[in-house]
Design a protein around this ligand. Structure first.
Ligand code: NDP
Length: 442
């Protein structure tokens, strides 16, 4: 049995009932096989056994009171997976679906993504099964304070620096930052995605969506193409989706779909982003309201955005939202390129189908790394007690996304198949972390 297979079986036996985590591990192990099998140094240093086991997994009780005076209890998580190249870094997700498997898959992916950015950040992720939908401002604040009351003892500007993810935007980061300061009496860059008046970075809000479009543009350039004149389907209507839609539109694309967990909209004239921002960022409403405000737009609750004919597909909602059946429909409809804004939004079978059909495919680890990259730039600004202009951060983001593209493309060419960016991103991300782990000893 190969070394890869042995490790895979051990990880599966040890992590029973964690399908998302195993999906992420399988994808990485399969794609890095050529380099791991070609050099005994990885086996001799037990790199795969070590890289698939988190440094620590923290689970904790988060008690809070609702507006009716009832005491409620949620479960909090922080998985600190690997700090070989820098402090743990990765977002916090608040969603009822959150469990250990989901946080572990996200944290594991984060190791390679953060490595690809070229910045000194390790991999971590956290969150809770708390559902922010329908909660009052006071309930959100109290939950965030209670969550941070436990999390504070495990994090720090040089230890672990959480950020936002699904259900965690500037508002939640603000409440958590306030509580961290109250508990520790230390003013430091312990969280990223902060508000601009207290240490946030310009362009952090836009970074993941903009970065996604920059790297897809880099990928399209390899076939002499770009966003100009293209029809774009986007899922989600949150932070990543909104700013991907904005940049795709600025580059000349026409975004025709967006969605939330209740349904999706189709606007043949191109989505009006001011209306979306008002509904989602200001009123915190449902995407259905778009059709009340924009003539001719459609709202659907059956099927999903991938039924729409498009040239470019950008899944920006959640994991496993794009299945094999969706991939087949997109391919039949002539899709040219897919870029993953969300983490692991395409199932393994869907990725295989895109690659078999020679659709340009940029995996999440590379495609959505712009968010964490600008978070690392926020850490740099906090350490220097400086703040950079929007254009300076945006220029650095463009440079980082181009660099990630080049690394993934060149690793694909050297170790796998040209334009296999899934293998390329995994291999390039892995090599740097593995070298650091070997150098630092067991
Ligand atoms: P938001 O909470 O801002 O938005 C999430 C969007 O996806 C919402 O429209 C939400 O709809 C929808 N959604 C969430 N869960 C589901 C579900 N189970 N089924 C259908 N729709 C769903 O999150 P972000 O935009 O920040 O994150 C989106 C994705 O991007 C996630 O996979 C995240 O891990 C990833 N990501 C985010 C980064 C960031 O900087 N924010 C960085 C890198 C990756 P509804 O409002 O109805 O729940």
């Amino acid at each position: 049995m190969s070394y890869i297979q042995q490790v895979r079986d051990t990880v599966a036996a040890r992590n029973v009932g964690q399908p998302e985590f195993m999906q992420a591990v399988d994808e990485v192990l399969t794609t890095i096989a050529p380099i791991v099998e070609s050099d005994a140094v990885y086996k001799n240093n037990a790199i795969l056994e070590r890289i698939t086991e988190p440094d620590r997994q923290i689970m904790f009780r988060v008690p809070w009171t609702d507006d009716n005076g009832n005491i409620r209890v949620n479960r909090g998580y922080r998985v600190q997976f690997n700090n070989a190249i820098g402090p743990y870094k990765g977002g916090l997700r608040l969603h009822p679906s959150v469990n250990l498997s989901i946080i572990k898959f996200l944290s594991f992916e984060q190791i390679f993504k953060n490595s690809l950015t070229g910045l000194p950040i390790g991999g971590g992720k956290g969150g809770s099964d708390f559902d922010p939908k329908g909660k009052s401002e006071r309930e959100i604040r109290e939950f965030c304070q209670s969550f941070m009351t436990e999390l504070a003892r495990h994090i720090g500007a040089d230890v672990d620096v959480p950020a936002g993810d699904i259900g965690v935007s500037g508002r939640e980061i603000g409440y958590m930052f306030g509580q961290y300061k109250r508990l520790t009496n230390v003013y430091e860059g312990v969280l990223t995605g902060k508000g601009l008046p207290y240490g946030g970075s310009l362009a952090r809000t836009e970074a993941t969506g903009f970065g996604l479009v920059y790297i897809v543009q880099n990928m399209l350039e390899t076939i002499g193409d770009g966003f100009k004149g293209k029809t774009v389907a986007i899922s989600g209507a949150g932070n990543v989706a909104i700013y991907a839609a904005q940049k795709a539109t600025e580059l000349g694309g026409k975004v025709v779909t967006m969605s939330d967990s209740n349904g999706w909209i189709y606007d043949k004239n191109g989505i009006n982003l001011q209306v979306i921002k008002d509904i989602k960022e200001i009123k915190r409403g449902r995407i259905k309201e778009y059709t009340d405000r924009v003539n001719g737009a459609e709202y659907h609750t059956d099927d999903n955005v991938w039924q729409t004919k498009c040239d470019i597909a950008l899944p920006c909602a959640t994991q496993n939202e794009l299945t094999l059946a969706d991939a087949k429909t997109l391919i039949k409809n002539g899709v040219i390129a897919v870029g993953e804004g969300a983490n692991m939004p395409s199932t393994t079978e869907a990725i295989n189908a895109f690659q078999a059909a020679h659709v340009l495919f940029m995996p999440a680890k590379a495609a959505n790394a712009g968010g964490v990259a600008v978070s690392a730039l926020e850490m740099s600004q906090n350490s220097q007690r400086l703040s950079w202009s929007f254009d300076k951060v945006d220029d650095k983001l463009k440079y980082i996304m181009r660099d990630i593209f080049d690394k993934a493309a060149s690793a694909a060419k050297q170790y796998a198949t040209p334009a296999d960016y899934v293998a390329g991103a995994n291999i390039a991300g892995f090599l740097k972390v593995a070298q650091a782990m070997i150098a630092q000893g067991v």
